[in-house]
Design a protein around this ligand. Structure first.
Ligand code: ADP
Length: 212
């Protein structure tokens, strides 16, 4: 799908070094982005940027950003674009030695996607591939309620908040699928089954894309 040039940060298994590689892991709440990101980071030695995790760390640390984000997150709404985009830019700029990033939970709106493209293209390190996890809605709700028992996350506790998050996803985030499809970067991946089976599907997408 990509020429080697487009895949400037070439990534292969078997010990061949990653030069520079950026990946977006995409999907609705509960799709397993965080779980699969951990495995991708480990395999490809990338840096994780989970906007949800960064927001939660800021909430815990009671920073200005955390206070601002908290009310949106607890209601299941997206944090405003300008806040999120600024945070992501700072995160990337602070990590000059990163070989590349797994963007997890970002972008979540078309404006965020455009801002990310603009920012990364200016640095000469574009997004190489987008992996979109597809999971049935019943399974998503089940996973989130289950996670809520362990995570203690306020936004995982009530079905009403989970519903708001799905609505936000459908209205604001899902249009990004078409955005990345037009760029030829989108890979849809079946997100049901065992964690290892799903991971194997993701790896095969990455390797197919980097080999073509
Ligand atoms: P999940 O994918 O399970 O909803 P996340 O940890 O990715 O969990 O996100 C939790 C919440 O953090 C979101 O519901 C939203 O309020 C906020 N958030 C995370 N990423 C973004 C983003 N890119 N833009 C706006 N809000 C975000």
């Amino acid at each position: 799908m990509f020429g080697r040039q487009a895949f400037a940060g070439l990534l292969l298994s078997d010990g061949i070094q990653v030069i520079m590689f950026n990946l977006v892991i995409f999907g609705p709440p509960g799709a397993g982005k965080g779980t699969q990101s951990e495995k991708l980071l480990d395999k490809y030695q990338l840096t994780h940027l989970s906007t949800g995790d960064v927001f939660r760390a800021n909430i815990k640390g009671e920073t200005e950003l955390g206070l601002l984000a908290k009310s949106f997150i607890d209601r299941g709404e997206l944090v405003p674009d300008e806040v999120t985009i600024g945070m992501v830019k700072d995160f990337v700029e602070d990590r000059v030695s990163a070989r590349g990033f797994v963007f997890d939970g970002f972008p979540r709106t078309i404006a965020q996607g455009e801002a990310l493209d603009h920012f990364l293209n200016e640095r000469g390190t574009p997004i190489n591939i987008v992996l979109a996890l597809e999971v049935d809605e019943d399974e998503l709700v089940r996973r989130l309620l289950e996670r809520g028992k362990i995570s203690g996350r306020a936004d995982d506790q009530s079905e009403a908040t989970i519903r708001t998050r799905f609505n936000e996803y459908l209205q604001k985030t899902e249009p990004l699928l078409e955005y990345y499809e037009k760029q030829g970067k989108l890979n849809r991946v079946h997100g049901m089954g065992s964690i290892d089976d799903i991971f194997a599907r993701l790896v095969s997408c990455i390797e197919d894309a980097s080999a073509s």
